[in-house]
Design a protein around this ligand. Structure first.
Ligand code: PEP
Ligand code: MG
Length: 564
């Protein structure tokens, strides 16, 4: 078991002559910390992907927080005290304030603040990192009060069988990391780290969020059976890898994957997907000191397009803001960032950034089956403005004799209720829709997708969501364009029948979830999917719709649920 020990930070008085050197020492430790974080970020990005690496942007931002740093320096100068004591007292005050706020997102910032503070203090005190999870000697379960993203990034999959933490929620960075690393984890165990002891035997069940101490032979036997079932399911999923996503009664479904980096293109083919339904380009922007140039973006999009060719690659234009920020371009703090300067709104005002991206996408379209879509369109004006810019950049490229695909298809994400309501106007001007249910649910139900307190209200089967999806599909089909879903709903086999029954043409899932989605589709009949959708469209209850979805899913593909 690994706990967080408290550093002993003594207060030392300094003479006037020592003050400047103390500030220099602080600055050196900040630079050293920055290098360490960039190194962890690089390892995580290479090993797990840009999305996970970007988690450390929040840590880098702490080191760039001038208000905090100026306050530390002022304290050293006015109180004539040592840097570690000054840094610790200011940073801890910030962290305590953030931790006390009833908001999961801000509480995570407190964890980030403490993670960075521990590094700075270790560097000032010349200490090794307190917990080195790369040097575990035997297989174990880690139980800790909290496990920071940096700790989690270092977990050695050969030795860490699983981990549990007292604090955290499903949306905490640590939980996100665990999912990417595919390490079983249980978060939010309250006082487990105080109650469990090193050397105890435990069984960790990440599916059901359980830790069983000193499991009996019977329990071990039952879990052994579950593991066997899981292995046999994985074999079944491998068997259908190259087979089409087609229902028992012959309805072909286009099953694609969501990616965050050109490096993920290989995983798309391995997962048995038929293309990329969503390339989240913001991760190209987040993990670096400067925004990527047109040329750098062109290379990235081209690499993905070539790796996938002839399979389609849908590139989404930049969706910054909300919960995704840039270290090199801090956005102004907003009261409601998800309702603020985000996605297409940001791009239409930051024309240089948008121009570089649009030209890069257009150029890459000459090299593969590239399509492009805009995020968070809320009305026709935005669409017209964006399309006008595309026309302008096409004219530039023509004049420069740079090749691009004149017929590159352009679509829009349907993520706001207003976009659904004006879907007919949008459909006339586009080649496809892609429904972003993650945002559509949060904006339609007014439920922040990051907030654990109201997570029970975040209901994908809410009758309003079912009807919004249906309205989008109808508008698209009236204008003979196709509709995809690329939000998390399309990664959950429980919802496959409902979405097919509502008439969606394509589902785009996270690569590890493509095989279970295909497995489910191949066991469904379009007739029963349509009946389920009909039921859902007439229902008044999210719970009732969810229950019907679960019932059908378990009935047609029970092996997908046997380990849960
Ligand atoms: C969505 O909102 O459903 C979506 C796919 O976009 P993101 O999760 O990147 O906001
Ligand atoms: Mg979205």
């Amino acid at each position: 078991m690994i706990g967080r020990s408290r550093l002993n930070i003594g207060k030392r008085s300094l003479s006037d002559a020592e003050l400047q050197e103390e500030i220099n020492r602080l600055e050196r430790s900040l630079v050293q910390t920055r290098h360490q974080i960039l190194e962890v970020q690089r390892r995580v990005s290479e090993g797990m992907g840009a999305a996970e690496g970007s988690i450390f942007d929040a840590h880098l931002l702490v080191l760039e927080d001038r208000t905090l740093l100026d306050e530390v320096i002022r304290l050293i100068q006015t109180q004539k005290i040592n840097a570690e004591y000054a840094f610790h007292s200011v940073a801890e005050r910030y962290a305590t304030t953030l931790a006390a706020i009833e908001d999961d997102y801000l509480r995570e910032r407190a964890t980030d603040m403490r993670d960075v503070t521990a590094r700075v203090l270790n560097n000032l005190l010349g200490l090794e990192e307190e917990v080195d999870l790369r040097r575990l000697k035997e297989p174990c379960i880690i139980i800790s009060h909290d496990l920071t993203p940096s700790n989690t990034a270092q977990l050695d999959k050969h030795h860490v069988l699983g981990f549990g933490t007292d604090v955290g929620s499903r949306t905490s960075h640590t939980a996100i990391m665990a999912r990417s690393l595919r390490i079983p984890a249980v978060v939010g165990l309250k006082d487990a780290s105080a109650r469990l002891e090193t050397g105890q035997y435990a069984l960790l069940d990440g599916y059901n969020g359980l830790i069983i101490l000193n499991p009996t032979d019977q329990t071990l036997f039952e879990y052994g059976q579950l593991i066997k079932k899981q292995v046999s399911l994985e074999e079944k999923l491998r068997d259908i890898h190259l087979k089409p996503a087609v229902t028992l009664d012959g309805q072909q479904v286009f099953l694609s994957a969501n990616i965050e980096s050109p490096n993920d293109a290989a995983a798309v083919r391995e997962a048995g997907a038929e293309g990329v339904g969503l390339f989240r380009t913001e991760y190209l922007f987040i993990n670096r000191d400067l925004p990527p140039s047109e040329e750098q973006q062109y290379q990235a999009y081209r690499e993905a397009a070539k790796a996938l060719k002839p399979l389609p690659l849908v590139i989404r234009t930049l969706d910054l803001g909300g919960d995704k920020f840039l270290a090199h371009m801090p956005l102004p703090r907003e009261l409601n960032p998800f309702l603020g300067w985000r996605a297409i709104r940001f791009c239409l005002q930051e024309e240089n950034i948008f121009r570089a991206q649009l030209r890069a996408v257009l150029r890459a379209s000459a090299e593969g089956n590239v399509k492009m879509m805009y995020p968070m369109i809320s009305g026709l004006d935005e669409l017209n403005q964006a399309n006008a810019l595309v026309e302008r950049y096409k004219a530039e490229l023509r004049a420069e004799k740079i090749p691009f695909d004149e017929g590159m298809e352009i679509g829009a994400m349907i993520e706001t209720p207003s976009a659904v309501i004006v879907a007919d106007s949008l459909a006339k001007r586009l080649k496809f829709f892609s429904i972003g249910t993650n945002d559509l649910i949060q904006y339609s139900l007014a439920v922040d997708r990051m907030n654990e307190k109201i997570a029970h209200l975040y209901e994908p089967t809410h009758p309003a969501i079912v009807r919004l999806i249906k309205a989008t599909v109808e508008a698209a089909h009236r204008h003979k364009i196709w509709v995809s879903i690329c939000g998390e709903m399309a990664s959950d086999p429980v919802f496959a029948a409902l979405l097919l029954g509502l008439g969606v043409d394509e589902l785009s899932a996270a690569p590890p979830l493509v095989p279970p989605m295909k497995f489910m589709i191949r066991r469904l009949k379009l007739t029963e999917a349509k009946a389920l959708a009909e039921f859902a469209l007439n229902s008044e209850s999210a719970t009732e719709i969810l229950a019907r979805c679960q019932e059908l899913a378990r009935q047609v593909a029970p092996s997908l649920f046997e380990t849960k």
